[in-house]
Design a protein around this ligand. Structure first.
Ligand code: GSH
Length: 215
């Protein structure tokens, strides 16, 4: 098979890390081959590139491998950032995303998938995760996005995780007193780029034709 001249993205549709990577690739205008992965049966081709076995993994035509979602976003937006998602040297953006990945995500997992963990009480973890919503609400009660009127890297990187948290019990989410977060999440779900990157594809097998995503 002829080597591809496009990047290849190993992805899992419902993974919030992969969602943020797909959105950055989409907005940057980058075409790529999408290989949908089953997490319980990861392709050897992906593991040969990145032994840690997490998605997303981006394999560039020059051979470089990017296997952290924020690095995929940074790479895509360094090629082209038409919506101005990158804000130079923004420590506040980086800190808010880090807070999501390091602190909020473990509570999200233990709330949504409590039975996968020993002694995880979902309500305790929901309450702990809610503290992150409180932080977001402080920013969103009087502005449309986390850092002003326009979306930036932080909104796109964080919203997929808040969506998962909300979907764990949507009626609970609608009742909590965070109107800014609710409005922001609804807008995120209903508009591009999110809706553009949620198409369904069968898991990739080596003999398959590549699925080329063109923005
Ligand atoms: N720090 C990584 C985390 C990626 C990650 O944990 N992805 C999950 C899916 S949402 C995964 O691949 N888990 C491996 C597994 O479940 O086997 C990133 O930002 O890319």
């Amino acid at each position: 098979m002829k080597p591809l001249s496009l990047p290849i993205l190993y992805s899992f549709r419902r993974c919030p890390y992969a969602m943020r990577a797909r959105m950055a690739l989409y907005v940057s205008g980058q075409s790529y081959a999408l290989r949908e992965v089953l997490l319980k049966d990861k392709p050897a081709e992906m593991l040969a590139l990145s032994a840690k076995g997490t998605v997303p993994v981006l394999h560039l035509p020059d051979g470089r491998v990017i296997d952290e979602s924020l690095d995929v976003m940074a790479w895509a937006l360094s090629q082209n950032d038409p919506q101005g998602w990158l804000r130079p040297n923004d420590h506040e953006v980086a800190a808010l995303i880090k807070h999501c990945d390091r602190d909020f995500k473990p509570h999200l997992d233990r709330y949504k998938y409590a039975s996968r963990y020993d002694n995880a009480d979902p309500i305790v973890h929901r309450a702990a995760g809610e503290q992150y919503l409180v932080q977001l609400e402080k920013r969103l009660h009087d502005q449309a996005h986390l850092f002003g009127p326009k979306a930036c890297l932080a909104d796109i990187a964080i919203a997929p995780f808040v969506r998962q948290f909300a979907l764990a019990d949507w009626s609970w989410f609608l009742e909590v007193p965070y109107p800014g977060v609710q409005r922001w999440l609804n807008a995120f779900i209903e508009t591009h780029p999110f809706s553009k990157v949620m198409d369904k594809f069968d898991p990739w097998r080596p003999k398959d034709e590549e699925i080329i995503i063109t923005p």
